[in-house]
Design a protein around this ligand. Structure first.
Ligand code: 5AD
Length: 490
């Protein structure tokens, strides 16, 4: 029995997740629209605009949308939470797989209907898909007014000015040239920009932008440019500010977050330094690259009480020849050894992963090595994808995308079934345990219950009792599903 085609695509086994890891299964994320801000400081624009930001893709995009809100607010514009209140809509996009782009094209068509009613509505496409398709995007969506890649957000105020500045001269928007901001800039780290975050208990903090890894399947280096890290001292200050603002948990973000370096300091040093910030309850990070899982990173995870014992460690394939074709720079054996070492040093570590099936030339036997690896390692959860060829990548240039679509679907189905079973079994072993849960909010389905995360990033649901959001409570687990722990506060 086959899954419906929609389920063959990147199914997430952590269905309750909206926030982890670096990309989103449904691509449309639980968009954290920044709260409306009164224009503050900065030069007031002659044409202050009300901007609605819609975010697709990974947590890095969520973080970038917060940055865009910061840049716009600083220059006198205002972000709004309802699209009906907006005169600018910015769609922050993802290019990781083809269907991420298809989704945005469909959304743009929808926005064009809105523009027919509201001709001066500015539609902007930002982020990875903008960088990927560049001006070709305008062929598909000629009504788009602004196309801006991830390193050009500083130009947002200038772009809005140039699109709106002459309105009094009665030049309508449709007669203006679109604004293109597509230069990748290795020196751009937005270190001086204060993002505007949605209130909550978890804050995302970008510590590194871009990627130098050059995995053959991956579009990221081409749309986000070369890797650059933010200064350690500044990041520690940022975390101090986040704690002052009431955040309990910080998630450090980077494309290969553990290749972070700042002068002599590495990622382990950063974990230690940030982990010591007074009042910070929990520290997480995503997504690391297995080749950069250094001793100092493992030490920090093992010994810092703030650093959560959960590692999202993308496997991609369990076959060494496939890993070679992917240029992942590790073998299947090295990956297994790393997992063994992690479990020795941190016995209760929770592991999650990313897997791609049907990569160029993947044989049935190679696929079975991935299947076996997942069966052996027994991840707590996994994000699983069919290979999607991306124009511009090394694989697109050099390797044929030759595994038939139906075969990709069949392989995906097999590992999803395996992982569902493993996740459910692992969760069952938690019955009877008492786990520390950071309370995040009211359960959507049952308003008398709260939900929160365990240290290992599992969702727990429990009656509120006298607990409060932001508090760490001890929950005794009495029931589980593949995705959730159910219990009550003790
Ligand atoms: N096709 C399918 N999955 C991909 N990923 C990255 N590029 C592709 C692609 N071209 C997956 C990888 C990565 C995650 C963010 O998305 O598993 O870890």
């Amino acid at each position: 029995m086959g899954l419906p085609p929609s389920l063959h695509e990147h199914v997430n086994t952590m269905k309750n997740e909206t926030l982890f890891p670096l990309y989103n299964k449904g691509e449309q994320i639980d968009t954290p629209h920044p709260p409306p801000q009164k224009p503050q400081g900065g030069p007031q624009q002659a044409h202050a605009r009300r901007v609605y930001i819609e975010t697709y893709g990974c947590q890095m995009n969520v973080s970038d949308s917060e940055l865009m809100a910061g840049i716009l607010t600083q220059s006198g514009h205002q972000t709004v939470t309802h699209i009906d209140d907006a005169d600018v809509v910015l769609v922050n996009t993802c290019a990781i797989r083809e269907n991420a782009e298809t989704k945005v094209i469909n959304r743009l068509k929808h926005l064009n209907h809105r523009k027919r009613r509201q001709p001066e509505l500015i539609i902007g496409v930002c982020g990875c898909m903008a960088q990927h398709l560049r001006d070709r995007l305008l062929d598909a969506a000629p009504y788009v007014d602004l196309v801006m890649g991830p390193d050009a957000y500083r130009n947002l105020p200038v772009a809005l000015d140039s699109l709106t500045g002459g309105l009094e001269a009665h030049v309508s928007l449709k007669d203006r040239d679109p604004f293109l901001g597509l230069r990748l800039d290795k020196s751009e780290d937005y270190a001086d920009i204060a993002p505007i975050r949605k209130e909550g208990i978890r804050a995302w903090l970008t510590i590194q932008r871009g990627c130098d890894k050059m995995c053959t399947f991956c579009i990221v280096p081409f749309v986000r440019g070369r890797e650059r890290s933010l200064p350690l001292k500044l990041l520690v200050e940022d975390v101090e500010k986040l704690v002052d603002q009431g955040f309990k948990e910080v998630v450090l973000l980077g494309q290969t977050v553990n290749s972070y370096r700042d002068n002599g300091s590495n990622f382990g040093d950063l974990l230690y330094a940030v982990g010591e910030v007074n009042g910070l309850e929990r520290l997480r990070f995503t997504s690391p690259h297995p080749a950069d899982a250094t001793e100092s990173m493992i030490d920090a995870m093992a010994s810092s009480p703030t650093v959560c014992k959960h590692l999202h460690l993308p496997l991609q394939s369990g076959s060494t020849p496939v890993l070679e074709r992917m240029r992942r720079t590790y073998t299947a054996e090295e990956y297994r050894d790393l997992v063994m070492k992690l479990r020795e040093r941190i016995p209760d570590i929770a592991l999650s992963t990313d897997v791609i099936v049907g990569f160029c030339g993947e044989t049935e036997a190679e696929f079975m090595q991935t299947y076996q690896m997942m069966a052996d390692i027994r991840y707590d959860s996994a994000f699983m994808f069919k290979y999607s060829e991306r124009e511009g990548t090394l694989a697109h240039k050099a390797l044929p995308d030759d595994v038939p679509e139906a075969e990709k679907g069949e392989r995906l189905k097999q590992i999803i079934e395996l992982q569902e079973q493993i996740s459910a079994e692992i969760n069952t072993t938690a019955v009877g345990d008492t786990v520390a849960v950071l309370v995040e909010g009211e359960s959507r389905r049952e308003t008398d219950k709260y939900y929160g995360k365990t240290d290992g990033f599992k969702t727990a649901v429990f009656p509120k009792a006298d607990s409060q959001i932001g508090e760490v409570v001890n929950v005794r687990i009495h029931n589980t599903t593949a995705h959730t722990l159910i219990g009550q506060i003790v």
